[in-house]
Design a protein around this ligand. Structure first.
Ligand SMILES: Cc1ncc(C[n+]2csc(CCOP(=O)(O)OP(=O)(O)O)c2C)c(N)n1
Length: 361
């Protein structure tokens, strides 16, 4: 008979108390940098949504509310280790040193924003499919006897996809160096977690693949960092781990979604009181790692960075011929696609379809 239990970790409580047994050892500089990245991500997402609303950006999936889960985990990863994201990982990308303009290029439909940059994969839209790539990368690391690992991000909805189970199962069998990082943000578009699956936790899905599963408070950046560090250490030795980070998507699924039609204001407010940035900020103020002045300086620097990055994104977009959108699907363009490209170009020359950002979905 098999028996299992799922551990839940929290290092920085909602009341600001730190459990020293669970918290990672980080110096003040690292704590400040963690905070800066979480704030940068929040503001980058807010600016991106505003750009989309003005018709200057395509569809965008903000990670507002998930900054602790993403920054805490991404900072645990070594620079040359692989990050395999889903489509909501702006904070993880920023923690990996990706400049904001690259994230905007992706949302502008530019090929340049969808390249493998450093050891970061591009966003993956088919839900859960990237977990297979991450299992493959982790297997390659095992075969190469590498002491590195791979982290893969996906959501609660993705755990209902066969791909995610298959990836965890094969990772377990082949000793892949993969950490599966599930951000349980309580929703898969409008489907709430409670009807996503009958299992009590998502972490226990690891049990069916024979790998370790653990839950962490995903709004606690210290807990996430510690749990991910541990999981990566195991993965580097050929023991894959599934982490379920309990968090909340505070804004819309994407800019084409209106969450007010499927969830209540009361619920949003309740999760608002657990905001990961506010919780961490309170802790850093109480421990004198930050004060009002240093916070204002960080905020000022972030606004300047974003202004420059948005200019860079727009300048890059202007250099690209939108007709390129037809170019990257087939090695040899089929006649029908060539016809569409020609048609698009001639419309464009007549000024018909130049204002190309109207659409959503
Ligand atoms: C295979 C597949 N099915 C459906 C979709 C449409 N879709 C896009 S996001 C999404 C929900 C994903 O939810 P979750 O995995 O919880 O991640 P989250 O969006 O909350 O980050 C769906 C159904 C898709 N992109 N790919």
């Amino acid at each position: 008979m098999a028996e299992f239990s799922v551990e839940y970790v929290q290092a920085l409580g909602e009341d600001g108390a730190v459990d020293e047994d669970e918290a990672p050892e980080l110096d003040d500089e690292s704590l400040r940098e963690t905070y800066r990245l979480m704030k940068l991500s929040r503001r980058a997402d807010e600016r991106a949504v505003a750009l989309q609303r003005r018709g200057e950006l395509g569809t965008y999936a903000p990670g507002i509310g998930q900054e602790a889960a993403q920054v805490g985990s991404a900072l645990a990863l070594g620079e040359s280790e692989w990050m395999v994201p889903s489509f909501r990982e702006s904070a993880a990308y920023l923690a990996r040193g990706t400049p904001v303009h690259r994230l905007l290029w992706y949302a502008l439909g530019m090929e340049e924003g969808a390249e493998v940059a450093g050891s970061n994969f591009p966003p993956s839209i088919p839900v859960g499919s990237q977990s297979l790539h991450a299992a493959g990368l982790g297997w390659a690391q095992e075969m190469a006897e590498s002491d590195e690992a791979t982290i893969c991000y996906f959501g609660d909805g993705a755990t209902s996809e066969g791909d995610v189970y298959e990836a965890m199962n094969v990772a377990g069998v082949l000793d892949a160096h993969t950490v599966f990082f599930c951000q349980n943000n309580q929703y898969a578009i409008s489907t709430p977690r409670r009807i996503q699956t009958r299992t009590e936790t998502l972490a226990q899905k690891a049990v069916s693949a024979g790998i370790e599963g653990i839950q962490v408070d995903g709004n606690d950046v210290l807990g996430v960092r510690a749990v991910t560090q541990d999981a990566l250490a195991k993965a580097r030795e050929g023991d894959p781990v599934l982490i379920e980070a309990l968090t909340y998507r505070r804004s819309m699924h994407t800019t084409s979604d209106d969450p007010t039609v499927y969830r209540t204001e009361d619920e949003e407010e309740e999760w608002g009181t657990r905001d990961p940035i506010e919780r961490f900020e309170r802790h850093l103020l109480e421990t004198d790692v930050l004060d009002g002045e240093s916070i204002a300086a960080i905020e000022g620097e972030i606004e300047e960075t974003l202004a420059d990055e948005i200019d860079l994104a727009k300048a890059g977009r202007e250099e690209v011929d939108p007709a390129e959108m037809f170019d990257y699907v087939f090695a040899e363009m089929p006649p029908e696609l060539r016809r569409q490209k020609e048609e698009w170009k001639s419309e464009n020359e007549r000024g018909g379809k130049e204002e190309g950002f109207e659409r959503d979905e």
